[in-house]
Design a binder for this molecule. Sequence first.
Ligand code: CAA
Length: 294
Amino acid sequence: MAQIAKIFAGRAQQVLQTAAKQPQLAPRFYCAAATNFQYIKTELAGEKKNVAVITLNRPKALNALCNGLIAEINTTLDKYEKDDSISAIIITGSEKAFAAGADIKEMQPNTYEKCIMGNFLNDWTRVAKCQKPIIAAVNGYALGGGCELAMMCDIIYAGDKAKFGQPEIALGTIPGAGGTQRLTRVVGKSKAMEMCLTGNMINAAEAEKMGLVSKVVPADHLVTEAVKLGEKIGTHSQLIVQLCKESVNTAYETTLQEGLKYERRTFHATFATGDRKEGMTAFVEKRPANFQNN
Ligand code: CAA
């Protein structure tokens, strides 16, 4: 018994030390889960531990997105997607870099044939296909594939010193994971064209003004704010959250008429769920809703 108490005391000490080293995590209790990853760290956050945080962890390469790192993100998303206790996922980096793009050193020897035959970058799309809400919490550089990774997420929060850019043009190539497509849909042709053709970076305030990020917060509060957002989403029915996410994403894939029809039919479909019934009944009865994800 004394031995077990000692193990628990040691574990608590470890968690407190982690929080002390990462002040942005300190205000909320973090449960550091054991992981065997090389390029990322994963943790469960929030009072109910229902917000998963994936931290890119290649500091020496400014979190450049090598194949191994993308594979680790994908494996982790597969796991979280199946885990009913996870309501939202955060992808973040370090204070200096969210991610400085695809790994140029890894990519440098690639050939045209190799890109085509290996369908290079195809596995990056896993993030955009995740059924659960993903929040990008961007501090520092989000360049090239880093900016594209953030845009694959559903919501972007930025630290006040974040910098976004598509600098591929300076490398003799073009964005390959959505920079010319998602960015254009989000900020419009003129801004996207300027960013892609010059390679110039924009700061967090400009990104917010353009609608690329939904909120700018002090850098050291970024993850805490993103966790709060994840927790808020987690108070709703996960079933309905998923339908809502699909409906918003449909706006990017269809004409307005098709999108409106998709939305209307999805709205109708919510009337087949227990959670729609519970949500409206709870409102009428002036009590909090107790969603069951059915
Ligand atoms: N790939 C591989 N390594 C990278 C990298 C990248 N994208 N970005 C930074 N690094 C490495 C550097 O090579 C350096 O490593 P060494 O110490 O071993 O030389 C280390 O990270 C630190 O970088 P810097 O010394 O350059 O740091 P800095 O503070 O002076 O500059 C920076 C920071 C402005 C972000 C600069 O590193 C930079 O311009 N990086 C490249 C950004 C870029 O071009 N991204 C687009 C990549 S292509 C792409 O993403 C294609 C796509 O669409 C998918």
